[in-house]
Write a protein that binds this ligand. Structure first.
Ligand SMILES: Nc1ncnc2c1ncn2[C@@H]1O[C@H](COP(=O)(O)OP(=O)(O)OP(=O)(O)O)[C@@H](O)[C@H]1O
Ligand SMILES: O=P(O)(O)OC[C@H]1O[C@H](OP(=O)(O)OP(=O)(O)O)[C@H](O)[C@@H]1O
Ligand SMILES: O=C(O)c1cccnc1
Ligand SMILES: [Mg+2]
Length: 493
């Protein structure tokens, strides 16, 4: 049985839905495989009723695309697929075609750690239809989860104000890869460290931790256990004080702090993992301060999330470090982001781009046609609005952005008085990677800096003020005209 580390090094090209292969085969059969297309990956709603989302996962996408080729084992597996009566699902000539298939797409994407919003493209893929299609599922798999967890982490880190948050989720995460990807995304979202040692090894995330109740239970009494732990880690001791009686545990921790002090060492902290965390942290703070240990940190854990943390802050709990596991790595209150990947343009035989639109009963599901990009406008260091626009838009003094769902929501932006940044960056050109990857540390810093550019009203955890993101007016008109035309055609049938 292969585990994740081996999987990462092997071919992941079959990690897609079967229907991508049935379509790939049919594209090939009908001579459309190489027809050029544009697809966009985007989501329709911020998760957790958040006012923002933090993009993550691009680094995995880059690896996926760079390794996009069919191994002999992959080809043998596909060649072996059949209808149950022995008739092969795919002709041998198609398997040969896949054997020679080389990744050749252009990919433009929002960088990891960027703050993003509904409807804007996070990844734009342009290339042969067959390749664009096969990429749908893995791109969504990667971006959906990491973006979701990075956003949850950012909310938790916001609730912690300036306190460090340690990610403790491995034991409750969705399997091995879910845990590793969640540790990475949590770090991007602003966590300071992880308890997941392999995430430390693979991604260079700082690893941290305390000890469990079992350590205490393996001794005759708590004080003896504390002393032995401090003996093993005289410079890094954090003692879990709630195994039997929290107040007594704090007393025992103070005993150990005194012993360490006699040796010129310091107790780093205590951890409280049950009961009323406001009540016990305040008692602990007072007892530690009175005993002359104001520098000893208080770590809290136990089913924390951004809402409980906000409440604990309001209660003036004396917590300095937050350990957050289950509710972070499982994105507890919203288990999926729901990003989708839709075709927006296709080149015809004359070599002209034809915009593509998919109608839906729900207007939220009508996609944005054409080849577009996103520009963020910034005034005095603050983001004031994001514009989705067709790439060939000429320079304008003033632009109007229109909410694609509610056209009464619109905003005029004076381009001359604003700084701006195009958010889709070139990642691959004709299959060649042209983007130099930032380190995870740089990505984490980007998330922090970008979040700082948004008004706090967009970042409040409940009922945030909606940040304006809209279609540039001419794109809005264009899309409306295409929708009306498509509806007229449908009605005429
Ligand atoms: N002062 C507080 N305000 C709001 N929520 C709190 C406060 N103190 C603790 N909590 C949260 O309340 C929940 C308490 O969980 P639970 O009912 O399992 O109690 P417990 O103390 O963990 O019990 P056990 O001793 O069995 O572990 C946790 O999610 C915890 O983070
Ligand atoms: O609560 P989380 O945010 O998931 O953080 C991780 C939890 O894992 C550990 O205990 P575990 O839950 O395994 O056992 P316990 O709660 O019974 O102590 C730790 O003490 C935390 O409580
Ligand atoms: O180090 C810790 O205290 C820890 C690690 C994992 C889960 N809960 C706590
Ligand atoms: Mg628990």
């Amino acid at each position: 049985m292969k585990i994740t580390r081996d999987l990462y090094q092997g071919s992941l090209t079959l990690l897609t839905d079967f229907y991508q292969f049935t379509m790939a085969y049919a594209y090939w059969k009908s001579g459309k495989a190489e027809q050029e297309a544009v697809f966009n990956l985007f989501f329709r709603k911020n998760p957790f009723q958040s006012g923002f989302t933090v993009a993550a996962g691009l680094d995995y996408v880059i690896d996926y695309c760079r390794n996009f080729q069919f191994s002999d084992k992959d080809l043998a597996y596909l060649a072996d697929m059949n209808d149950g009566n022995g008739k092969p699902t795919f002709e041998a000539a198609f398997i040969d075609y896949l054997k020679d298939l080389k990744f050749s797409c252009d990919i433009d994407a929002v960088e990891e750690g960027e703050v993003v919003f509904p409807n804007m493209p996070l990844v734009r893929v342009r290339g042969p239809l067959i390749q664009c299609q096969l990429l749908e599922t893995p791109l969504l798999n990667i971006i959906n989860f990491q973006t979701l967890v990075a956003t949850k982490a950012a909310r938790i880190v916001l609730a912690a104000k300036d306190d460090p948050v340690i990610e403790f989720g491995l034991r409750r995460a969705q399997g091995i890869d879910g845990a590793l990807a969640a540790s990475r995304a949590s770090y991007i979202g602003g966590c300071s460290s992880t308890s997941n040692v392999m995430a430390g090894q693979l991604f260079g995330i700082p690893v941290a931790g305390t000890h469990a109740h079992s350590w205490i239970m393996s001794f005759e009494n708590e004080l003896e256990a504390f002393k032995a732990y401090a003996e093993a880690f005289p410079d890094h001791t954090i003692l879990l004080v709630d195994t039997y009686d929290t107040v007594n545990g704090i007393k025992n921790a103070i005993e150990v702090a005194k012993l360490l002090k006699e040796r010129g060492k310091k107790l780093l902290g205590i951890r409280i993992d049950s009961g009323d965390l406001a009540y016990f942290s305040n008692i602990a703070r007072e007892m530690l301060d009175t005993a002359g240990f104001p520098e000893v940190q208080i770590v809290a854990s136990n089913d924390l999330d951004e809402h409980i943390m906000t409440s604990l802050k309001m209660q003036e709990a004396s917590i300095n470090v937050w350990g957050v596991g289950t509710k972070l790595v499982t994105a507890f209150d919203q288990p999926a982001l729901g990003a989708v990947y839709k075709m927006s343009a296709l080149k015809n035989e004359e070599g002209e781009w034809v915009p593509k639109i998919k109608l839906s009963q729900q207007s939220i599901k009508i996609n944005i046609p054409g080849i577009h990009n996103v520009k963020r406008f910034i005034v005095n260091g603050k983001a004031i609005g994001d514009m989705i626009y067709l790439e060939n838009l000429e320079e304008k003094e003033q632009v109007t952005i229109i909410d694609p769902i509610d056209p009464t929501r619109r905003k005029r932006i004076s381009v001359a008085n604003a700084d701006s940044e195009v958010l889709l960056k070139p990642i691959f050109k004709n299959g060649e990677k042209i983007y130099s990857r930032p380190s995870l540390e740089e990505i984490r810093n980007r998330a922090r800096n970008r979040l700082a550019a948004f008004d706090k009203t967009h970042k409040r955890l409940i009922n945030p003020h909606i940040y304006p993101v809209g279609l540039e007016a001419s794109l809005y008109e264009y899309r409306t005209s295409l929708v009306l035309k498509a509806k007229a055609l449908e009605n005429g049938k």
